[in-house]
Design a protein around this ligand. Structure first.
Ligand code: ATP
Ligand code: MG
Length: 529
């Protein structure tokens, strides 16, 4: 996927973009402005809410531009996931202009403006040349508005350095293709880093010195991989060659942020391509506690490749992909390999084996190792362990005896999905797939029936817009037996309960989205504890 439209419609423009990029490479920044009739960006696809936000900011005398993934994706002919606005108004000034606005984050403030299911993220121009930032010392220039702190590793730990213009703001963004600004009033596209040319070439190119930028924020390494997989772009030589040497910096990223990044990498419809890019860059083992020996085995790789392909297929079909299933798949081989090894040792020592305890112990061990990298919520941890435990029930030699027990678990269907994936690689499991399939179909039909009944019975609950994606979880009749296994966790995750307690107007889905975005911004600046 490339932005070829401009060069196809205006052959001369391609030369202009190319020359401009050469200047950027030579001199750092080089401003290029394309008029509306030059770039043909489909402005009618821009969210009405984003337009409203920009117009109001401008009416109040501020500058405001559309920037980031919204502009990039429109240029690529894709539907943007969200729209980001960049302005010279401070967060407090933005909030005063909108009564549906919330300031998110304390040390790095951004503003979320909420329209029904949509969140427009407004960031104040950032400024300050990151390569000149002082180590471990907050710098203060021109009073309070400039405040940046870098730790001894070069990581940005505080960033409240508001700039005054988009030129400085562009310098602090991650990749050239993410730093193209659209002035919706004049229709002009403004590009300081040759991002438009990189879009025509299908290239991810980092802004500034790669090592410095990765040190400031190692998550940029993962973002490079994510955009490469998502857009099918190659990563420029200078951007890719510092990834290996800087990969260890990922270990200093807060595990909670890593958890969010891994979800973005694997649960947004590009898991198979992401797996390929991450393994090629040697990054996969930085994200998952899977031994390189296992990952290098062709069976394990094919299993993961196949599993990720089916995850992407589910995404295409609008079926949900949940984090616990992702982790259960990825770490399955690590878990089962540990299990067989430990069991064989116990068999040799002729000790009595309590299989339930052994499974519990090993599941905890594998999951806790993973937790050091990506801090999964407790509920997810329990669900991963449950999916693994259910594999043993599904494999049992006398399945008739265990139908009631196995199907009573809320995780039965997900466990069976994992089992089917395994059966693709293990012919011994196929007869069990045939046995369990009708039970799976029955449970699925029952669940669908219950969902419809719930809907019919509770119209007033639906109409308050608060049922969101959590409504199915609150169903009372199915038993959640994960408590008895591994760590005991509350029935639902705490975050869900907190959300319900808040009396916001937007529904649960958009609330969750807003919370995730807020967190990822704070994390982007390493401001999460
Ligand atoms: P998408 O929303 O499709 O995942 P995006 O590029 O819009 O892609 P966001 O996370 O929404 O990604 O960020 C919006 C913009 O903020 C980016 O396009 C980029 O300009 C800037 N940005 C985000 N994260 C970083 C970062 N870690 N370092 C520098 N700039 C960043
Ligand atoms: Mg975005």
């Amino acid at each position: 996927m490339r932005y070829t439209k401009i060069s196809a419609l205006n052959p001369g423009l391609n030369d202009l973009l190319k020359k401009n990029k050469a200047q950027v490479v030579k001199n750092g920044q080089q401003k290029l402005v394309l008029t509306a009739d030059q770039h043909h960006l489909p402005t009618e696809k821009i969210s009405k809410s984003a337009v409203k936000v920009i117009k109001r900011l401008k009416q109040a005398g501020f500058e405001a531009y559309l920037v980031g993934g919204g502009v990039r994706d429109l240029l690529l002919g894709k539907t943007p996931k969200d729209f980001d606005v960049s302005t010279n108004a401070t967060p407090e000034q933005v909030r005063r202009l909108f009564n549906n606005a919330r300031i998110i984050g304390r040390r790095f403030k951004i503003v979320h403006i909420i329209y029904n299911n949509e969140i427009i993220e407004v960031t104040t121009f950032r400024g300050g040349n990151s390569t000149q930032l002082q180590v471990d010392t907050p710098i203060s220039l021109n009073g309070k508005r400039y405040e940046v702190q870098v730790n001894p590793d070069g990581m940005l730990v505080r960033d409240n350095s508001y700039g005054t213009n988009i030129k400085d703001d562009a310098q602090r963004r991650d990749f050239t293709i993410n730093a193209i600004y659209l002035d919706i009033q004049t229709g002009e596209l403004i590009d300081f880093h040759g991002g438009l040319y990189d879009l025509t070439q299908g290239v991810i190119d980092i802004i500034g010195d790669p090592e410095t930028r990765y040190r400031e924020d190692p998550v940029r390494i993962l973002r490079a991989a994510r955009f490469s997989a998502k857009l099918g772009f190659k990563i420029s030589k200078r951007t890719v060659q510092m990834i290996g040497p800087c990969a260890n910096l990922l270990h200093s990223v807060a595990p909670a942020r890593m958890y969010d990044e891994v979800n973005k990498l694997f649960l947004t419809g590009h898991a198979q391509a992401t797996f390929k890019v991450l393994t090629a860059l040697g990054l996969f083992t930085h994200l998952f506690s899977i031994s390189p020996m296992l990952l290098n085995s062709s069976v394990c790789r094919s299993f993961l490749d196949h599993a990720f392909a089916s995850t992407d297929q589910r995404f295409k079909e609008n079926k949900c992909n949940k984090p616990h299933f992702l982790y259960a798949i990825v770490l399955w081989n690590e878990f089962i390999w540990n299990f067989y090894q430990q069991r064989d040792e116990l068999l040799l020592s002729a000790d009595d084996i309590n299989y339930k305890d052994l499974i519990s112990y090993l599941a905890s061990k594998v999951v806790i190792q993973q937790y050091q990298i990506t801090a999964m919520p407790e509920q997810i941890i329990n669900s991963i362990a449950l999916l693994w435990r259910l594999q043993f029930l599904l494999e049992t030699k006398e399945p008739d005896k265990y139908v009631r027990e196995t199907t009573s678990y809320h995780a039965f269907r997900a466990a069976f999905d994992l089992f089917k994936l395994r059966a693709e690689f293990d012919p011994n499991l196929r007869s069990r797939v045939d046995f369990w399939q009708p039970h799976y179909d029955r449970c699925k039909a029952e669940s669908e029936r219950r969902r419809l009944n719930d809907q019919n019975r509770q119209p007033e609950r639906r109409s308050n817009g608060n049922e969101g994606s959590n409504s199915r979880r609150s169903r009372p009749e199915r038993r959640d037996r994960s408590r008895g296994f591994g760590n005991s966790a509350p029935r639902r995750d705490g975050a869900g309960d907190q959300e319900r307690a808040q009396n916001f107007e937007e529904n649960a889905a958009s609330r969750q989205k807003r919370i995730n975005k807020a967190r990822s911004w704070r994390q982007a600046m390493n401001l999460e504890p």
